[in-house]
Design a protein around this ligand. Structure first.
Ligand code: G3I
Length: 334
């Protein structure tokens, strides 16, 4: 304990961050501002184990801009300041999405030109504020539907599918040095959704839209093992577009009947390990972000009742087999 009564960061024992730093790998996690503000062990674990954070919600339209032209950057600033103070990178998430929009926007009756102005002004304000500090952005999140078509949203209905082009051009204008990503789920396998994402990226590149990479979220379940076995084909296909490929939201949820059993934890660890092994073998980018790291703040039970225990630490911050699986892939590489 230091004079502030806070545990010193354990700089001696091994950690994911140490393994990753040795091999120039980004190992990150989303960061919850609620946990960050209330749980010192969360903060200590964050800076010991990870070299990158993605604010889980603080940089989304709704939390940032609760009223039109009124921004609240307090939570995002705290997380970005923390990352910089601990020599961690920040991955910005997400400038344009159909969820977590403020009521004034989702209920507004805006014309196409008004909504384009709202979209481009928002991106200019947010990306401009963190220019040079947040060097990677999820510009557009989850714009493709399960069948590969453009998902219906306020953006696609009012502006049209070119809202995607407009968003990327606005982000590039606000910070030409930032790496700009399209981010989506369900792209693990070569299915309709994954095919739709691939075609979107091909078309954006064909129109010289400034997209640098694709984020594969990787929200997985034990039943997804077959998809994991198809991963290399999709990694290779996307890398073939000369795009950076990041794993952006990896978690492996379990169907629970009480605490997870040993078989479930072993299967979860296997999937964590397989995803990292395949990714590190098939791509040159080396950026892996978990969507949370302790079961104590697992987002899954709020959205998939009956599922949970998705993370690599348990609720008491004890390492689970999934932690060892991630560690062994980071040390095995190259
Ligand atoms: O902050 C408010 C709090 O004041 C209020 O009392 C509470 C009760 O309603 O809600 C709190 O906000 C919640 C927020 O998480 C912070 O906990 C929102 O209701 C809740 O909807 C929000 O959920 C987030 C979800 O995106 C929204 O769809 C999850 O934390 C977040 O992990 C999740 O992350 C998404 C990625 O951004 C995109 N990919 C999918 C991924 C999982 O859905």
């Amino acid at each position: 304990m230091n004079v502030m009564g806070i545990e010193e960061v354990d700089t001696l024992s091994p950690s994911l961050r140490k393994y990753a730093d040795r091999n120039s790998i980004r190992i990150g996690t989303c960061a919850s501002i609620e946990a960050f503000q209330n749980d010192p062990v969360y903060v200590q674990t964050l800076k010991r184990e990870f070299n990158l954070i993605t604010p889980e919600n603080a940089l989304k339209f709704g939390p940032l801009c609760p009223e039109q032209d009124v921004y609240n950057f307090e939570a995002a600033d705290r997380l970005v300041d923390f990352a910089e103070a601990n020599n961690m990178e920040v991955r910005g998430h997400a400038l344009v999405w159909n969820l977590q929009l403020p009521a004034w926007l989702s209920r507004g009756n805006f014309s196409r030109s008004e909504l384009i102005r709202i979209l481009t002004d928002h991106i200019k304000v947010v990306v401009g504020r963190y220019a040079g500090r947040i060097k990677i952005w999820d510009v557009v999140n989850e714009a493709i539907d399960y069948d590969g078509t453009i998902k219906e949203s306020i953006w696609s209905k009012t502006i049209g599918p070119d809202f995607i082009d407009i968003a990327f051009h606005a982000a590039h204008a606000a910070d030409p040095a930032a790496l700009l990503f399209y981010n989506d789920y369900g792209t693990e396998a070569k299915e309709m959704h994954a095919d739709g994402v691939y075609k979107l990226l091909q078309n954006l590149l064909h129109r010289n839209v400034p997209v640098d990479g694709v984020g594969l979220q990787m929200h997985l379940h034990l039943d997804d093992l077959p998809a994991v076995q198809n991963l290399s084909r999709n990694f290779r296909r996307l890398s073939g577009l000369r795009l950076l490929v990041h794993i952006t939201e990896l978690d492996v949820r379990l169907s629970l009947n009480g605490l997870p059993n040993k078989e479930q934890l072993a299967a979860q660890a296997y999937i964590y390990g397989q995803v990292l092994k395949t990714y590190l073998a098939e791509t040159t980018c080396k950026t892996i972000i978990l969507w949370g790291f302790t079961d104590r703040y697992d987002w899954i039970p709020h959205f998939f009742p009956g599922d949970g225990a998705s993370m690599i630490f348990d609720e008491e911050y004890k390492k689970k087999p999934g932690y060892e699986a991630v560690a062994s892939q980071l040390t095995a590489y190259p």
